[in-house]
Design a protein around this ligand. Structure first.
Ligand code: KG4
Ligand code: ZN
Length: 351
């Protein structure tokens, strides 16, 4: 299975195979991040991202097949992210996939990017259904129960910013550069997490939703009050911010796991963390202790597979293809595409 990912600022392609027992193996996984293209702007510029995908995608697909030691004509199907994401970029990947599928006479699998994140733990760790996913990326923060391929139930989302976005905005405010998550994490290592007590929005409410915009404002006000910021101030703000979000994520995850115990009795829960923020070690450590207390197992795939990549798209395509699903060549790219829509359900031979 060839997988193509172009929904944000990574141009990626991979070859993944799935054996009859359902075990996956990554034959190649090529990712080109567009950090240089966007560095001067402090964030991803959609038009520039789409142009870079056009420039690099063909080469990246060629590299992926070369590294896997196969010809393009040997793949069983072509999977590409068809949404949600920056629509210009999604169109580049999906249109390329359609052209390849038509030229090679192979099925097209239009993959939901969130589903690709959701199913990665089955590729990396062989996790079995049902499980609970915490997706924390640059565009999403949500709890989803994964009951089967295409069978998803969202238990909570962010009502404003995504967690990765909160990291990126905090980094920008502290002049730590882009992408912000890793930079904030590094600065936090040298800081005092108790110097500032930032708010934990929504934490006292029983719902499983997140809110990060009030926290972002509190960080901004604190930074303005201390300006000009010394190096220690920056590290202390980063550490105090990271402590606040780690606590929010930990408390919410404990609530989500107790709901899992209630609604799926007899199933030992596995909490799968997906998305770029899963690379954050402070958050992962907080989740490890929550899982230990909640009779649950924690799975955090390797960070190269938590951030955007082609292997997760290829794997989601393989999981769908084995169930008989494929898509018609007129499938439309979607800027928005919630996971829990009825049309995520697998309907064999839809094409
Ligand atoms: O999943 P991803 O690669 O792209 C999206 O689909 O959004 O996630 C990217 C996000 C960015 O916001 C980035 O700052 C954040 O993940 N991130 C981190 C870390 N590494 C990446 N956030 C916190 N700590 C990290 N170590
Ligand atoms: Zn992503």
């Amino acid at each position: 299975m060839l997988g193509i990912e172009t929904s944000c600022d990574e141009t990626a392609a991979a070859i993944v195979s799935r054996d009859q027992s359902g075990r996956g193996s990554i034959r190649s996984n090529v990712v080109r991040s567009q950090l240089d293209e966007h560095a001067a702007f402090g964030g991803v510029v959609p038009e520039l991202a789409a142009r870079a995908h056009i420039t690099y995608l063909d080469h990246i697909i060629a590299q992926a097949t070369r590294e896997a030691g196969i010809e393009l004509s040997e793949v069983d199907a072509i999977a590409a992210t068809a949404g949600p994401g920056l629509i210009g970029g999604v169109l580049v990947g999906l249109t390329t996939a359609k052209a390849l599928a038509a030229a090679l006479g192979k099925p097209l699998i239009a993959v939901n990017h969130l589903e690709a994140h959701a199913l990665t733990a089955r590729l990396t760790n062989g996790v079995t259904f049902p499980y609970l996913m915490l997706l924390v990326s640059g565009g999403h923060s949500q709890f989803v129960v994964i009951r089967g391929v295409g069978d998803y139930q969202r238990w909570g989302s962010t009502i404003d910013d995504a967690l990765g976005e909160a990291f990126d905005k905090t980094a920008k405010l502290l002049s730590l550069g882009h992408p912000g998550g890793p930079a904030v994490e590094q600065a936090a290592k040298k800081g005092d997490p108790n110097r500032f007590r930032f708010p934990r929005p929504l934490l006292r409410e029983a719902r499983l939703d997140f809110s990060f915009s009030g926290l972002k404002t509190a960080v901004r006000l604190q930074a303005e009050a201390l300006a000009p910021l010394g190096e220690q101030d920056v590290c202390d703000i980063a550490a105090s911010f990271q402590a606040a979000v780690s606590e929010i994520v930990a408390v919410r995850s404990a609530q989500a796991l107790s709901r899992f115990h209630e609604e799926l009795p007899g199933v030992r829960p596995t909490l799968v963390v997906a998305g770029g923020v899963a690379a954050n070690q402070a958050i992962a450590a907080a989740l490890a202790s929550v899982c230990a207390r909640s009779d649950a197992d924690l799975v955090v795939p390797p960070s190269a597979l938590c951030t955007d990549n082609g292997a997760m798209v290829a794997w989601a395509g393989a999981e769908r293809l084995v169930l008989g699903a494929s898509n018609a060549l007129d499938f439309t790219a979607r800027p928005r595409w919630p996971l829990d829509l009825e049309d995520m359900k697998v309907s064999p031979n839809a094409a």
